[in-house]
Design a binder for this molecule. Sequence first.
Ligand code: SF4
Length: 203
Amino acid sequence: MTLSRRDFLKVSGGTAVAGIAGSRPSAGADSVNPQAFRLKNAKETKTICPYCSVGCGIIVHSDNGKVINAEGDPENPVNEGTLCSKGASVYQLVDNPLRLTKPKYRAPGASEWKDVEWEWALDEIAKRIKDSRDRTFKVSAKSRVKEKQPDGTENEVEKEFVVNRTEAMAHVGSAALDNEECYMLQKLMRSWGLVYIEHQARI
Ligand code: SF4
């Protein structure tokens, strides 16, 4: 049998359509879809991904207070159900055997990190911040600026300015912080006189 080009396209097109129709899930497919079954009675909570300023919408599913799934929110206009790989792993913020639950401390000269209690760590951090700030705080600093002269020309002169800062400390924020936490941290760091304030996502 000879097959014209038109016949070939007709036959292969028909086969493709039949294949697609055949692969469509039948009604009631949820009952055999393990993911849909797992989430059937789960509680849905909508939230915003805390990792970056894109602010993708996420639906978190929980069962008896335990997070069992997190996925992009299709109703969120920012991401329309999609998530990057970081956002897709967001449930690991609460469920991950590698998650650190205690602060770690490595003493000067030591090669190993050890678990310490929060109370000790917070006291130690406060003590060291105060000590560094007290030793290095500058009320004023000199800087060279251009100054207009009576004849219209500009001269570079050294002037003293009030700065109220310390350059001995820096703060690196976490991409897991939300807007409100970032706002509070900025206030706190500026009140100590820090000028080196960065965010890990920009490094
Ligand atoms: S899912 Fe990815 S892109 Fe969206 S907010 Fe989270 S980190 Fe940013």
